[in-house]
Design a protein around this ligand. Structure first.
Ligand code: GLU
Length: 421
């Protein structure tokens, strides 16, 4: 792969979208750089009494459309470049769904699986202590991301409340229900993608019993498997970070998810599920109608994109397909449903959680699902139409759609009329 950075590659999509619109260069200048990124070291006491420090960041990429919004990732490979790119994607994701937010992201460079639960709690609280002045219900609102969850969001909300001296649930979303979390937030990322595929199924050429391969079996991958299987589709292959399994007749997803919840790895369950263990790198090449990358960035690149057999790719992960791979997939007639639309169900239900926290009135699950469905179908359909009219990919169409909204907001804020006659 070339030595351009993750953010350089992300910006290719911005420039591509801009080439389709009459966009003022001011707008691109504003969106090309993160507004602010804060870096710190979190020092925590380990269970054995020693002290350890971890690098941490929070990026507020752009707040033109509202307070910045985006998750916090705990991962050993986290970097400033990744955080800023993820925050760039959040900016576009919130604009795609027309949520009144800008984009942000945070991370700690740590492998949380090497820490005890109480060490993770101290680390989570240390994160909020370090960034308390940056985050806030009207400023920057974190949420879960890779290897963080509701329990961690609960500790963070609690710590923030102690620092500001009042209960302040709207500072963080993805909290436990008991602390003001929303019903339906746990499966929202997968559900948004599932609603999108169901809504566009006919246009995508996916019939009512299509086959699915899922790369990455964390929150999004597991819930997608459950929702899709319950709707009559066959999950034929799944992978996690250690292995992969394949069963062309379809896997028993309920047993698989129960095993994962009990801390088992997918490959260890191959025999009992009548599946074959395969190389995780081979997962994207299995025979399936739909491929769902639900792990990390850059998993499908110029080297392996040619091996994909699926006709549709649903990006539940952020940034799983590189621009090189996009070209190859387009040539081969594979439709990619892009991350900033496909996985935006998560931040959409985060928005519902924030609204409920602020109004102090909580909706039932059916209301959450109905509202999510409406937004996914509205924005998904709009992007499908842009792609058809302009003869561009769904990714370009999603960027065009979001960039139009961002440009309108940047211009509305602006000073340009005083300088240009
Ligand atoms: N981390 C999720 C994402 O990448 C959710 C962000 C949120 O809910 O604010 O979209």
């Amino acid at each position: 792969m070339s030595d351009d950075t993750l953010l350089d590659r992300a910006l290719i999509r911005l420039e591509e979208a801009a080439s389709h619109l009459q966009i003022d260069p001011d707008v691109i200048e504003k969106l090309k750089y993160p507004r602010e990124t804060t870096k710190t070291r979190l020092m925590i006491r380990m269970d054995d009494g020693s002290r350890k420090s971890f690098l941490a960041w929070r990026c507020r990429y752009d707040d033109t459309r509202g307070p910045t919004k985006g998750g916090i990732r705990f991962h050993p490979d986290a970097s400033i470049e990744e955080v800023e790119t993820l925050a760039f994607w959040m900016t576009f994701k919130c604009a795609v769904m027309n949520l009144p937010y800008g984009g942000g992201k945070g991370a700690v460079r740590v492998d949380p699986h090497q820490l005890s639960k109480s060490e993770v709690e101290r680390l989570s609280r240390a994160y909020v202590q370090a960034f308390a002045r940056i985050i806030g219900p009207d400023r920057d609102i974190p949420a879960p991301d890779v290897y963080t969850n509701a329990m961690i969001m609960g500790w963070m909300a609690d710590e923030y409340g102690q620092i500001v001296g009042q209960v302040s649930p709207a500072v963080i979303t993805g909290k436990p229900i008991a602390l003001g979390g929303s019903l339906g937030r746990n499966d929202a990322t997968a559900r948004g993608g599932f609603y999108l595929v169901r809504h566009l199924a006919r246009e995508l050429g996916l019939d009512r019993a299509h086959t699915v391969a899922i790369q990455g079996f964390g929150n999004a991958g597991q819930f997608y498997a459950l929702l899709s299987a319950a709707d009559g589709n066959k999950i034929v292959a799944v992978s996690d970070s250690t292995g992969a399994i394949h069963r062309p007749e379809g896997l028993d997803v309920t047993r698989l998810v129960a095993g994962k919840e009990a801390g088992r790895k997918v490959a260890d369950m191959a025999a009992e599920l009548g599946a074959k263990a395969i190389d995780p790198a081979a997962l994207i090449a299995v025979e399936a109608d739909l491929l769902v990358p639900a792990a990390l960035e850059d998993m499908i690149d110029g080297d392996n994109a040619g091996s994909i057999k699926a006709r549709v790719v649903l990006e539940l992960a952020n940034g799983p397909v590189t621009p090189d791979a996009d070209k190859i997939l387009a040539q081969r007639g594979v439709t990619v449903l892009p991350d900033i639309l496909a996985n935006a169900g998560g931040v959409t239900v985060s928005y519902f959680e924030w609204v409920q926290n602020r109004q102090g009135y909580y909706w039932d699950l059916d209301e959450i699902h109905q509202r999510l469905l409406k937004i996914v179908e509205r924005e998904g359909r709009a992007i499908w139409s842009i792609a058809a009219e302009r003869k561009v990919s769904m990714r370009s169409a999603a960027y065009i759609h979001a960039l139009g909204r961002l440009a309108t907001a940047i211009e509305a804020h602006g000073t340009q009329p005083f300088f240009v006659s």
